[in-house]
Design a protein around this ligand. Structure first.
Ligand code: HEC
Length: 186
């Protein structure tokens, strides 16, 4: 585990502890202060972890069967609505700004994403995530479309296997083209 991941885990633990009713506020602050030992935007991270711990829908069951067909349906919706930020494969492949957002766009194969229950993933898709670039899809996707996407997220294809989203391919080509021209002048 990288230090960063360990650090995030410790912040999350501290936040969980703080959500335990009856815990004195002062000890809570101390816990947060202790875990906040590395640089970065601690406040937004604490807010983010608090949000993650509190995501509803934990016990909602996915009503769709766990079949390759459903995952494929989910993949099609994902290809329409989510690829611009998450890549065709859910691993951000080819998305140039994935690590420039605050918070970064996670790879959906990450443990931190996969540890959510199906119901929580559905709620994330439905409601989006406040204070981040992750939009909510209520009114755009219907329930079954969202549940199918959850199935796809559980069966993501290998990283890079689906290539770069078309919108970014062109800009990559233009970029290389421009670089090539520069070199010709030498
Ligand atoms: C405009 C960019 C954008 C689009 C489009 C988008 N997302 Fe996201 N998504 C994000 C960002 C940014 C995050 C990180 C948010 C965070 O961690 O607080 C994220 C996080 C997630 C997470 C993980 C949540 C977490 O807390 O770890 C899931 C699951 C997810 N997105 C699914 C989807 C699905 C499914 C779609 C399409 C229906 C979609 N996203 C479309 C930007 C986007």
């Amino acid at each position: 585990m990288s230090n960063w991941v360990k650090f995030r885990e410790s912040v999350r633990e501290a936040v969980k502890t703080c959500l335990v009713p009856g815990l004195a506020v002062s000890s809570c602050l101390m816990l947060l202060a202790c875990s906040a030992s590395s640089p970065g935007n601690i406040e937004s991270m604490v807010a983010r972890e608090a949000k993650r711990v509190g995501i509803a829908g934990k016990n909602l069951k996915n009503p769709l069967p766990d079949t390759p067909e459903i995952a494929k349906t989910g993949q099609e919706h994902f290809g329409h609505h989510c690829q611009v930020c998450h890549g065709l494969d859910g691993h951000n492949t080819g998305v140039p700004f994935a690590n420039k957002m605050s918070p970064n766009i996670p790879e959906l194969s990450d443990h931190s994403v996969q540890e959510f229950s199906d119901g929580q993933l559905k709620m994330i898709i439905q409601n989006g995530i406040r204070f981040s670039g992750m939009p909510g899809w209520r009114g755009i996707l219907d329930d079954n479309e969202m549940w199918a996407i959850v199935r796809f997220i559980r069966h993501l294809p290998p990283k890079g296997s689906l290539g770069v989203p078309a919108v970014f391919q062109e800009s990559e080509e233009e970029h290389h083209h421009a670089e090539g021209q520069e070199h010709q002048h030498h």
